[in-house]
Design a protein around this ligand. Sequence first.
Ligand code: SF4
Length: 410
Amino acid sequence: MTRVLPDSELEMFPALEWPVVAEHMSSESRNALDQAMASQDGSVLSREQCLLLANAEGDDLLGLLVAADMLRRDLVGNIVTYVVNRNINFTNVCFVGCKFCAFSRGPREEDSYFHSLETMAQKAIEARALGATEVCIQGGLPHGLPPFYYRDILRAIKAAVPNMHIHAFSPMEIVYGVELTGMPLPDYLKMLRDNGLDTLPGTAAEILDDDVRFVLSRNKLSTEQWKQVVRTAHQCGIRSTSTLMYGHVETPTHWVNQLELLRDIQQQTGGFTEFVPLGFVHQNTLLFHQGIARPGPTLAEHLKIHALARVMLAGAINNIQVSWVKLNRHLSQLCLHAGANDYGGTLMEENISREAGATAGQYTSGEEFQSLILEAGRIPAERNTVYTRISLKVPPDQVAIEEALEPEFA
Ligand code: SF4
């Protein structure tokens, strides 16, 4: 019978060694992980093996976590990266009505807001003064948005800070922009690219299964539309992140399906920069209060999704990010031991998770990231959005040269 692990034991997994933990695992799970580690390629695993790992409990779960950490070290080394960025949620007015969202407001609600182009440009100027290399822009979808507003945001920001990287507009916003302008999707994306869109957040994915999407949000773009936007963006030279929201109504089978799908897209386009598991923050959401969803992920689920992603995406998407806004500091460090190698962005003003009940705060400074990473026994480095430039953030005499040269970035 599978051993049930208390959280206190689960939290100790970073101290375990593979040969010891492997002895206690089922032969099926151990073989799957041995295969993935030997090939450093998640695509060698069969669907059954992936499902087995996604449902791992007890000693098999401990084995998955330890193997994911070993794979992480082999694939990307000991550096943990972060990007200095500012989040700008330019409006909270939205007609979509996702049940997991506590951020959106109706246009007449007292605390609804809409930033002008001038305000956004000013925020980008302030962000640059604080060392940001990226602004991340997403918002609600208000009725009656001027058709070219997303383009105009890009123009305003590039005019204010020409070399600021703009990471903006979820696939849902892209679909809305296409509807508003009547332009074909590829033309619309190229227009945004030519006006300064550098990369796209791979958000609005939640779970890419239309039955689950129907429960989470009836008005959201479909799985097919999400795939189309992301593939077309990659084909237009606009790279994106990839995401999955876990801990609500989905099952481990949905995780496997989505990781397979993301791996397939990556094999076709090479456009994903990273994978970001996003834990469901349940406190202030309809989805939880209507009794539809479970109350967010368990510790085992948080750790397992990061580890499963590292194993299944090995050789395809090598950067696995912890979303510090959804996790507390300690949990984010544990996820770094379960296969992750990136801390995401400093954000400066995070609103979406905070409104849903997350308590990790709105801003993590570069210095805080550095101490969290050093505390976890790894090497901090600031990166740009697409991981092509990194700068180590520890005194050089504290880093062995071999360790610093080890990582490879996608
Ligand atoms: S998640 Fe986005 S699209 Fe959905 S209700 Fe919230 S702001 Fe609107």
